[in-house]
Design a protein around this ligand. Structure first.
Ligand SMILES: [Mn+2]
Length: 348
């Protein structure tokens, strides 16, 4: 069944209520603050209702729809699967396994193959996945009120400290704005850091009684989280000092970092070069590949059309995903060199 919108919450609750006592439930989640908050809520609810959760995020450079991640999920021998904040695609993560998808990203026209597809796109404002998960689970049996802040960590992670949701305002009063923003920053740093140790950030949320436990460092995972943040801050400053090269409308920032830095570097340079299309490319994230982000502030620019026009010459049929002013991807280095050549950059 594929349904979306507000009515889908009841469909999703029926799916969850029907999970048998003791059922093993795999939780596949995005490793940022939103996905991790969403997963923490799901784990708590499953535990408190007698099911057995196994939460996994894709590893460094691992594709949600690739075989290695599917094999890791299947190794938990799941009776059911929850897919949280992972983007909506027209293919099943684990074909044959009963699946609930909770997501707020663009939906493919072909639909999403899941037993229940809960999309936030019809809500105004569109909630984050963690907030959707909170609203989904809170009315069900098993009291989750002690972990209501997990949903808010996700909302702030995706939409900022002033995210326009009543849950966010209430949580800022109850737990403190600084504690919430600090928790979001630490969880997001883990995903960006070289170790990509997302199990530790989820464990930190699950170990904390409230955001202050993370922000003030009383959870056992705090030293690991703080080390990630220090690494990410240093790498962000170092990589942002890369000198740009220019070709026509394009500005290239090329660097190597073991941290996920292409997004932050592109975002910081697009503010300095608003008349250009900024391409930030990281040669150091996974072996043999270039991870890149493309950003522009040029009005009327469509990066998707620009990049899709190069699919043939680059030999990359998936080139040009995302949004008109924000795109990116991963290419094997020889193909990335072809892309640069097509854009008119001379070999470095
Ligand atoms: Mn999200």
């Amino acid at each position: 069944m594929t349904v979306s919108g507000i009515g889908a919450y009841e469909e999703a609750r029926s799916f969850l209520r029907q999970l048998p006592d003791g059922a093993r439930v795999a939780v596949a989640y995005h490793g940022d603050a939103d996905g991790t908050g969403s997963a923490a809520l799901a784990v708590r609810w499953l535990e408190r209702t007698g099911r057995q959760p196994a939460a996994l995020a894709p590893g460094k450079g691992e594709d949600l729809y690739g075989d290695p991640f599917a094999d890791r999920l299947l190794a938990t021998r799941p009776d059911a699967l929850l897919v949280l904040d992972q983007g909506s695609r027209s293919r099943a993560v684990l074909p044959g396994v009963p699946t609930l998808v909770v997501d707020h990203h663009d939906a493919p026209a072909e639909g999403v193959p899941a037993d229940v597809y809960l999309s936030g796109l019809n809500e105004i404002p569109i909630p984050s996945a963690a907030l959707m998960t909170w609203r989904l689970l809170a009315p069900l049996a098993a009291d989750l009120s002690d972990v209501d802040w997990y949903g808010v960590v996700g909302a702030i992670g995706d939409y900022g400290i002033d995210a326009p949701f009543p849950e966010v305002g209430n949580a800022k009063k109850a737990y403190g704005q600084k504690n919430l923003s600090e928790t979001v920053a630490l969880v997001n740093a883990v995903k960006r850091a070289s170790a990509h140790d997302t199990p530790t950030s989820l464990a930190a949320l699950l170990a904390a009684r409230e955001p202050a436990d993370i922000a003030k460092g009383t959870v056992p995972q705090y030293a690991a989280l703080a080390a990630c943040r220090a690494e990410v801050q240093a790498e962000r400053a170092r990589c942002a000092r890369t000198a740009p090269r220019f070709s026509g409308d394009w500005a290239l920032l090329r660097f190597a970092s073991p941290c996920q830095m292409h997004g932050p570097v592109a975002s910081s340079w697009v503010g300095r070069l608003p008349r250009f299309i900024v391409l930030a490319a990281n040669d150091g994230y996974t072996p043999g590949n270039v991870h890149f982000s493309v950003r522009t502030r040029r009005p009327d620019e469509n990066l998707l059309l620009r990049l899709r026009a190069l699919r043939g010459v680059v030999g990359a049929p998936e080139l040009g995903q995302g949004h008109a002013q924000a795109s990116g991807g991963i290419l094997p280095r020889p193909q990335f060199e072809k892309l640069l050549h097509a854009l008119g950059f001379a070999p470095a």
